[in-house]
Design a protein around this ligand. Structure first.
Ligand SMILES: [Zn+2]
Length: 118
C-alpha cells in the first residue's frame, strides 16, 4: 500500500515527482507503462531492425505514437514478417534440393568391373 501523504519519488533517481508525470522531470525515464524508450518511434524502429514483427506488442501498447503510426508499423511489420518467412522457406527448399542432388549423385549406379582377378 502506498501512503498518500508520502511524497512520490522516482524509482530510478529517487527525486520528487507528481502522480500525473509520465516521465521523471529529473532523470527523464518513463514512469508509466507504454511511455518508455522502446515505445517511441526510435525504439520501435531500432527493435524492428533486430526482431522484425516481434516488436508488434510494443507498437500496440505504446502511448507515445499515434494510431495512424501504429497501423502503418503493423502493416509494414506484418509484410516484412511474411517476406522473411517466405525467404526462409525458399532457402529451405533450395537447401533441400541441393541435398537431394548430392544424395542422388552418391547413389548413382557405378559400373564396377566384375572380372577383376586378385
Ligand atoms: Zn528520475
Amino acid at each position: 500500500m502506498t501512503d498518500l501523504n508520502q511524497p512520490l519519488l522516482c524509482p530510478y533517481c529517487h527525486l520528487l515527482i507528481t502522480p500525473e508525470d509520465n516521465f521523471c522531470r529529473h532523470c527523464g525515464r518513463s514512469l508509466k507503462p507504454g511511455y518508455g524508450f522502446f515505445h517511441s518511434h526510435t525504439g520501435i524502429i531500432l527493435m524492428a531492425c533486430l526482431l522484425g514483427p516481434l516488436v508488434l506488442p510494443w507498437v500496440w501498447t505504446s502511448h507515445r505514437i499515434s494510431r495512424l503510426a501504429k497501423i502503418i508499423y503493423s502493416v509494414v511489420l506484418v509484410l516484412l514478417g511474411i517476406y522473411v518467412a517466405w525467404s526462409f522457406y525458399r532457402a529451405y527448399q533450395l537447401a533441400r534440393e541441393m541435398f537431394d542432388q548430392v544424395l542422388n549423385g552418391l547413389t548413382l549406379p557405378i559400373d564396377i568391373p566384375t572380372d577383376i582377378q586378385i
